[in-house]
Design a protein around this ligand. Sequence first.
Ligand SMILES: Nc1ncnc2c1ncn2[C@@H]1O[C@H](COP(=O)(O)OP(=O)(O)OP(=O)(O)O)[C@@H](O)[C@H]1O
Length: 232
Amino acid sequence: MLELNQVRKDYRDQSQTVTAVVIDKLCVKAGAQLALVGPSGSGKTTLLHLISGLLTPTSGEIIFAGTNISGMSERWRDSWRATTVGYVFQRLNLLPSLNIVDNLLLPMSFAGVIPEQERRQWAIKLLGIVGLADRINSRPQRLSMGEQQRVAIARAIVNKPRLILADEPTASLDHDNSILVIELLRQLAQENNSILLVATHDRQVIDQFPQVYSLGRTEGKVNTGAVCGSLA
Ligand SMILES: Nc1ncnc2c1ncn2[C@@H]1O[C@H](COP(=O)(O)OP(=O)(O)OP(=O)(O)O)[C@@H](O)[C@H]1O
């Protein structure tokens, strides 16, 4: 279970403060799958960064499986993220100097969840599941955008994380690949009973999800979140 209580994130620089996220209460049960929607600038990326522990809230708490992750040290959050969170970044962040198997092996070695002797075989199996069995020796830049997106998804779930976060994972995909990528994410999340949160603008992606959580701005004010339980 993921729970956010009175979470607020402000970005501050010398001249101004931007309030990016204000959520009164949000609860997401294990296994729930949500589309995270809202206009550009409404705080979707910030919220995913907060939930993953990449950012900490200005105030409020983010609790996952009973632990207040936002109250932990950066070092603790880094190791928690390695084992618990799979993140498909907006810019993918695949490592260009490594082939796609090694792109999957790296987060496995950080996390230490999968036994060392099983890692390569598991990486190759996952790349097969996402339809890239014949490209395992390729570097990311040799692949199409859709193929790279599928590598990013395989990498995000390689440690069987309980929390899968994806930021606009279909932004550069055509209709068919977009459907495929979301189906894959949903299927892989379901197999591990993981929470899946996908930030998207895409109507077609939203329609593939059973639940939607909206972030939005009205009259210059950030909306507060849904009532706890409405998403459970
Ligand atoms: N590092 C930062 N410093 C200052 N302001 C920031 C920073 N990152 C984001 N913001 C601001 O916070 C608000 C929310 O940004 P965020 O990227 O989370 O929105 P988003 O909904 O993901 O947008 P998009 O759909 O365009 O990707 C925006 O007003 C943005 O300008």
